[in-house]
Design a protein around this ligand. Structure first.
Ligand code: FES
Length: 108
């Protein structure tokens, strides 16, 4: 599927994301190096750091509900908006073809 990711400099990148590799959105962002190493995915995708926060620009209704862990983490994070999600909590599925997200500013 194709996902468009706007990096922290405001540049948009449309990338291929595999649906058959058990990846989450944070891992896709990392694999294309759209955020500097060490500024995203710090907790390894455990919903415990919020370094992978992104703003969801479309297809919001296609995403899984937030878990308690994700809600709690976003309660404590900086730069949180209505459409904030932790990208490590978003599995890549066929439903997300055409998804557009923007990375939240670096918070550490
Ligand atoms: Fe830490 Fe997503 S990688 S909360």
């Amino acid at each position: 599927i194709k996902i468009t990711i706007i990096d922290r400099e405001g540049e948009a990148h449309t990338v291929d994301a595999p649906t058959d590799m058990n990846m989450n959105l944070m891992e896709v962002i990392r694999s294309y190096e759209l955020a500097p190493e060490g500024t995203i995915g710090i907790c390894g995708g455990m919903a415990m750091c919020a370094s992978c926060q992104c703003y969801i620009l479309n297809l919001e209704h296609m995403l899984p509900e937030q878990s308690i862990e994700e809600e709690d983490m976003l309660d404590q994070a900086f730069f949180v908006e209505e459409n904030s999600r932790l990208s490590c909590q978003i599995p890549i599925t066929d439903d997300l073809d055409g998804l557009e997200v923007k990375l939240a500013p670096e918070s550490m």
